[in-house]
Design a protein around this ligand. Structure first.
Ligand code: GLN
Length: 486
């Protein structure tokens, strides 16, 4: 195995034992990026000089036995998180030259833990999409088959972990954007409870849904990363002041006493048979580990997509109004009046999907339509929350597929946004309810494309998620499998 292929917890030992230095590790990761990123296209920008400085600083701390949990670990970061002094585009032309003057809260936490930030990775523009093809700078390719999408919107994060171009990554999830690319690239992806992780410095898409979370090679790394990024931050008014448990300590073998609910509605028509089979096999493994399996019902699941595609665009139409060419970001050079400047800047700066959502969102919020759309969608959201409340009195966690289908070919759905929206049906409800959910690799299709299994739990019950995920991972022979990037 190559150095850049290890997990965080394996590297922690190697670095602490001085078997390898943070500088050597960081060099090997950059060499790996040079070798494969022209095919994978995960990175939007690299920051080698600063990364090597961070690695050198990490080596000093390691020598003094003072390193934090991520000391010397090279990470990639979704380009939606502000990194001080390092360009942050959100995958958009409108932020082509934006250099943030401050770090996002999670970036501060990563740095304090000793992490080495090697660069920013691709994403759908403003996190709107499920294939990463809505990026102004080209789409990344799935490391398991370069003709396929790697999922979205955190596609660059998932691809960079799967292609061994970093050790782990941070992404964001508004309707599935960590879990779905995790599933398509065979990496672990966790969306924490709403309020668990500060979004200060996250470029907002839909503020009542957005959460930041890790994409990692295994469940243990996921728990380590979650520990580092969680916690109260007064700069995010939705941040919840509640102690951060020791997540890695939750990873114990055996699921005796845990009840796993299987929601009927998640195994409905349209579910790919190979996905179904891989998930059912995963459920068997949970049963063998001691879990009790029960069937449950979340009757309003089918309305999730419709509610989401009102609520998210409505919030986006408001959040994205700040990109007007006045204070920062792109400004059209052709305008001859203030109004013309707004018009041209936003027409030229935003891509098709972003404009579509701003238009839908503005319409849904406009007077006369508000009750019919936004208010109705909010009521549906409440029904979905009530469904979960009932179900979590019957079981500890819910198990289902992440995506109804494995990854599709690049280009296959670009002209069919509605089909793409429908592919989010199984991940959106967790965002609407604010509950945590994880995607764990559980198999491969006959074409060799990864399949993920989703576990959801009640608010702030990440430990249950991680424990179930850990037991699944231990029972399956998938972890450590690597794509052959021809
Ligand atoms: N695919 C969904 C969308 O297009 C979810 C995106 C996300 O979670 N950021 O909005």
């Amino acid at each position: 195995m190559e150095t850049y292929q290890y997990t965080i917890h394996e590297l922690q030992k190697k670095l602490a034992g001085q078997e390898i230095s943070a500088r050597e590790l960081t060099e090997t990761v950059f060499a790996r990026i040079s070798a494969v990123d022209d095919k994978v296209n995960a990175y939007l920008i690299l920051d080698k000089n600063k990364a090597m400085d961070q690695a050198a600083a990490a080596d000093k701390l390691l020598a003094d036995k003072k390193g934090g949990p991520l000391c010397g670990i090279p990470l990639s970061i979704k380009d939606v998180l502000c990194t001080k002094g390092l360009r942050t585009t959100a995958g958009s032309k409108i932020l082509e030259n934006f250099i943030p003057p401050y770090d996002a809260a999670v970036i501060e936490k990563l740095r304090a833990a000793g992490a080495v930030i090697i660069g920013k990775v691709s994403m759908d523009e403003f996190a709107m999409g499920s294939s990463n093809e809505n990026c102004a700078y080209g789409a990344p390719h799935n490391p398991w088959n370069l003709d396929y999408i790697c999922g979205g919107s955190s596609g660059g994060s998932a691809a960079s972990v799967a292609a061994d171009e970093c050790i782990a990554s941070l992404g964001s999830d508004t309707g599935g954007s960590i879990r779905q690319p995790g599933s398509h690239c065979s990496v672990v992806g966790l969306k924490p409870t709403y309020g668990r992780v500060s979004r200060f410095g996250l470029l907002a898409y839909a503020s009542s849904l957005d959460q930041i979370g890790p994409l990692t090679r295994d469940v243990t790394d996921c728990a380590i990363m979650l520990n580092v990024i969680s916690g109260y931050d007064r700069r995010d008014s939705t941040s919840v002041d509640r102690p951060v448990p020791d997540y890695p300590a939750a990873l114990k073998p055996g699921l005796n006493g845990m009840t796993v609910g299987i929601p009927t509605e998640y195994f409905a028509e349209g579910l790919n048979p190979e996905v179904n089979e891989a998930v059912l096999n995963g459920i068997d493994k949970l049963r063998e580990a001691g879990a009790e399996i029960v069937e449950v019902s979340l009757p309003h699941t089918e309305y999730g997509v419709a509610a989401y595609y009102i609520i998210a665009p409505a919030e986006a139409s408001s959040n994205l109004s700040r990109y007007d060419g006045v204070r920062f970001g792109y400004r059209s050079p052709e305008a001859d009046s203030l109004l013309d400047m707004y018009n041209k800047t936003r027409s030229q700066g935003f891509g098709e999907e972003v404009k579509r959502r701003i238009i839908i969102g503005t319409y849904a919020l406009s007077s006369g339509y508000y009750d019919a759309y936004y208010k109705k969608a909010s009521q549906v959201r409440t029904l979905i929350i009530e469904d979960y409340k009932k179900v979590f009195s019957q079981c500890d966690v819910l198990v289902s597929p992440v995506s109804p289908v494995p990854a599709w070919q690049l280009g296959e759905m670009v002209d069919d946004p509605l089909s793409m929206y429908l592919s989010d049906a199984l991940t959106i409800p967790a965002n609407l309810a604010g509950i945590p959910a994880i995607s764990v690799p559980c198999g491969f299709s006959s074409a060799g494309l990864p399949i993920g299994l989703q576990i959801q739990a009640g608010h702030f019950e990440e430990e249950k998620l991680l424990k179930a995920a850990f037991n699944l991972e231990s029972a399956l022979d998938i972890k450590g499998r690597k794509p052959d990037i021809a």
